[in-house]
Structure formats: C-alpha cells, structure tokens
Design a protein around this ligand. Structure first.
Ligand code: SAM
Length: 290
C-alpha cells in the first residue's frame, strides 16, 4: 500500500500558511487522506470545538496543540493565529463538522490571514451542502445556498417572499426543532407543486433522503416522529420558467377578483396552479389597482 505521505504529494505544503481543512459531517471515515496528512504535518490546529476535534484527531492517532476559534472569539483568535504564522508555523483550521466557512466560522479568520499577507490553502472534503445536492438530480443543475432561515416566522416569511420567483434551486440548512415549521413556510411561500428534497442525518446511521413535493413535505415529516430528528438539508426547486413570469396567471386572477378579495383570489389561484401564493398576491394587488 502506498504510504499516506506519498499519496498526499503533488503539492507543496508551505510553512507560514493557514490550511482550511474539511472534516466529516457524521461518518468519521469521511475524511480525506490529504486532510490526515496535513493535520499530522501542521504545528497547531485551530478548531471550532477543541473537544470534538480532539476526539476526531485521537481516532487517527494525531496529537497537536489545539486553539479554540469559534463564532464568539473569531476576530481575536485570528490575531493570535496570524502571530503563529509570523513565527513561521503551519496552522490548520477545522470547524465542528464539514467545510469551514459554510454556515460555520472560518471566513473572518481567512480574511485576517490573507490581509496579513499569508497564504490560505483549502483542503476539500465533506459538506452537507454538496452531499445533499449530489443526491438531488438534474433539477438542481443551478442552485443558490441560503443557509439557515431566520427563526422568527415573520422574518422567515419576509426572507422567502422575494425568493418566490428565484429561478434556481435553493438550499437551506435546518435544525430538528424548526424543521416542520420551515417546510410549511417554504410551501406557503413557493406553492405546493415544486420539488423538495429532504436530506436528513447524511452519512449517519439514520440517514434518509426523501424527494417529493413541498405540498407533501409536512405529511412525510409527520408520518413518523423519528423523521423530524437530526440534522437537515432542504433543497427546493426554483421557480418554473412558465410561472416565473408575473403576468402568466392574470386571466385567472382577473376572474377570481370579480368575486373574491385579493388575499382569497391569491389563495384559490395558488391551489389551482401550484404557483406561489405570495407571488400571486403581489400580482392580484397590482391588477386590483389597475
Ligand atoms: N460546515 C457544515 C457543512 O459544510 O455542511 C455546516 C455546519 S452548520 C453549523 C450545521 C448544519 O448543517 C446542520 O444544522 C444541518 O442543517 C447541516 N448538516 C450538517 N451535517 C449534516 C448531516 N449529516 N445531515 C444533514 N444535514 C447536515
């Protein structure tokens, strides 16, 4: 078998550099050979959670000085890391799970290190974002990553409203205690007809990847309370070309507005067409004023 150090060759590992290293999102075996090589090579490892990272490192027989860099101390800790780089050290940064900087600390550190004139070297690996997308299908050929939605329902709705006509698939992260209300909020904002991928507990024992529609998302989650546990990635189909045009349902809305309020007309039109109730409401309001 080829030794690790040889497999990880093909690139220099300069001193006085920051190595941004992706770690597993669940299954501990999802770490790359290069990540192990570099973690074994660096002088110091900065970590979002030193206890977690210590456990991961001990699984692979790596022991290094650890330094905590999390969302509450990232700016101050970045200055300390720059000092270590000035002393000629190689420093690695790992977040709790997955790729640093993706809904995780790391970006402020990267800015500070680059501003101080030191190289930032990324080591690719696991991310819940890429893992979920890889199991979605052709409808996510183009996508936007939105991360976590605001926890309060009003802010969440106003974040989603302008996205109703967004033409690309949208990827969201969500925690278990908000998964049901978030899926419902997505269905309210975008209509029930669009595809929804629910990727739960990726790479772990209770992994589930369910591909359905926004309308049946809440039912799928409610069918078994276990489906609401764990970590989630949600991928929602972008606005279909034919409904992305704001005038496409004018004829239907005009008929409904003869008998109904703007809000009821938008609601009925949404259930007939599967288009976003928010988008139809905005259009019905404009038609009413014309
Ligand atoms: N940096 C990480 C990455 O590269 O994916 C993301 C960290 S963020 C703080 C944690 C969120 O990522 C979770 O709440 C969940 O939405 C998503 N996530 C992380 N691990 C996951 C997994 N194994 N399965 C599904 N979603 C996951």
């Amino acid at each position: 078998m080829t030794p690790l150090s040889e497999l990880a060759q093909g690139q220099q590992y300069p001193t006085a550099a920051l190595y941004v290293v992706a770690t597993p999102i669940g299954n501990v075996a999802d770490i790359t050979l290069r990540a192990l090589h570099v973690l074994g090579l660096v002088d110091r490892i900065a970590a979002e959670d030193t206890r977690n990272t210590g456990q991961l490192l001990s699984r692979y027989g790596i022991s290094k000085p650890l330094l905590a860099v999390h969302q509450h101390n990232e700016r101050a800790a970045a200055l300390r890391i720059v000092e270590h780089l000035q002393a000629g050290e190689r420093v690695a940064y790992v977040s709790d799970a997955g790729t640093p900087g993706i809904s995780d600390p790391g970006a402020i550190l990267v800015d500070a290190v680059r501003e101080a004139g030191f190289p930032v070297i990324p080591l690719p690996g696991a991310s819940a974002l890429a893992t979920a997308l890889s199991a979605a299908g052709n409808w996510v050929a183009t996508f936007s990553f939105l991360g976590f939605l605001p926890p309060k329902s009003k802010q969440r709705a106003s974040t989603l409203q302008p996205l109703a006509t967004h033409p690309h698939a949208m990827v969201f992260y969500e925690a278990p205690h908000r998964i049901v209300e978030t899926v419902q909020a997505l269905a309210d904002a975008f209509g029930g007809a669009r595809r929804l991928l629910i990727a739960r507990e990726l790479t772990k024992l209770h992994e589930a990847v369910h591909c359905g529609t926004l309308a049946e998302g809440p039912t799928w989650l409610a069918a078994d309370p276990n489906r609401q546990r764990g970590e989630f990635v949600l991928v929602v189909e972008g606005a279909p070309q034919e409904t992305a045009g704001e005038h496409d349902h004018d004829a239907l809305l005009e008929i409904l507005l003869e008998e109904l309020t703007v809000s009821s007309a938008a609601k009925v039109a949404a259930s007939i067409t599967g288009a976003s109730r928010n988008a139809l409401y905005t259009r019905a309001l404009a038609l009413k004023k014309e």
